[in-house]
Design a binder for this molecule. Sequence first.
Ligand SMILES: NC(=O)c1ccc[n+]([C@@H]2O[C@H](COP(=O)([O-])OP(=O)(O)OC[C@H]3O[C@@H](n4cnc5c(N)ncnc54)[C@H](OP(=O)(O)O)[C@@H]3O)[C@@H](O)[C@H]2O)c1
Length: 403
Amino acid sequence: MPLEKHSDPMKRLDLSTVPALGELPELMQACVIRKEREGEPEHSMQIEEVPVPVIGANEALVLVMAAGVNFNGVWAAQGKPVSVFRMHKEPFHIAGSDAAGIVWKVGADVRRWKPGDEVVIHCNQSCGQCPECNGLDPMACSEQKIWGYETSYGSFAQFTRVQAQQLVKKPKNLGWEEAASYGLTYFTAYRMLVDRAEVKPGDHVLVWGAAGGLGIFAVQLCKLMGAHPIAIVSSPGKAELVRSLGATMVLNRREFDFVRAPDDGPEKARHRSSELKRFGGEIRKLTGGKDPDIVFEHVGKDTFFASVFLAKRFGKIVICGATSGYDLDFDVRHLWMRQKSIIGSHFANAYQAERANELVLDGRIKPVLDRVFDFPDTAAAHQLMKENQHQGKLAIRIQAPKI
Ligand SMILES: NC(=O)c1ccc[n+]([C@@H]2O[C@H](COP(=O)([O-])OP(=O)(O)OC[C@H]3O[C@@H](n4cnc5c(N)ncnc54)[C@H](OP(=O)(O)O)[C@@H]3O)[C@@H](O)[C@H]2O)c1
């Protein structure tokens, strides 16, 4: 990529210092993944100096004050299940699909935003010109990409390049780190529940990983919409967190032995099946005999067969991910005999992100920030997420001053 010509002689920007608006160095610090070191995040993600990206007519350059950590950074670091270098042609990958920052520069055709605006970035990119973008849903665009995963120049850098339509207002009531933490998972949970599964007041919603990045928002959205979350967690600490978000029905999945293993013999399979029925029984005890109208899925292999089994007749399983494996198997008889639906969902379009963000601006949905890391510890934060050692969200302080 050619270097942009900068009139300003400044060559370096110190971390944790907010420069004068418009000052633009030629090089920036970035947390970079390279093809030859794909593997554990601790090893794969390293701070390097790279050129500040050049923006196009409909794009904006944003000074990244803080960035949010997501599981896609773990996938990108590992190069699994797919290498990000198959998705774009840049020689390096700057991960990061969540950020809060200051608009630093806008392209010639950008009218809704100007330098100095404080923003949160949503991570969907699309062409903006095709019939799908203009009539169906930008998520249906053949060029649809997740910024910072399917593109380089994501948020783990001093500057990031985004399409102007990716910007939404930063809530004034939140600090930079909190503001950077919620976009990807919250907007995804919003589309899953509100648009795809069409959650209604009174619905019972089984939420796997309820104390994780998606789960904390699924629980809050259910409460806000008059639905009843059934929060599944794996520790007493996580149970406490989801109760603080308003969940009253909480189960610890570690108390049930229903996850199948490849070497299960017939006896073990019978045991797993009876454990799954016991789990379903505990859910009914909590709900007063009701099965879940909706199952909020993102775990994949370890839970999907249970989700299909547990959803009520005519119920919906809405899925956006597969942390434990994407090669799913389940007993399809539960699906057709009881007329359940499986619904795929992926991030959100700009309108959904905007609508969802209004609830954060109003203070009705709140980020749950577990820890903030300094920029050099970006890799460690991803390692922690990979090992499921976090609750809620993690953020990286980049240009924001340490208070
Ligand atoms: N398509 C999209 O747009 C989209 C958007 C966001 C995320 N995703 C995907 O969705 C997944 C979750 O993202 P996230 O940000 O919520 O991750 P996260 O913060 O790591 O939370 C996931 C939660 O899942 C639970 N979990 C992990 N392994 C499990 C297992 N084997 N069985 C049952 N529960 C398990 C954990 O909770 P407990 O241990 O407490 O049960 C964990 O807190 C990731 O794979 C991510 O890539 C996709």
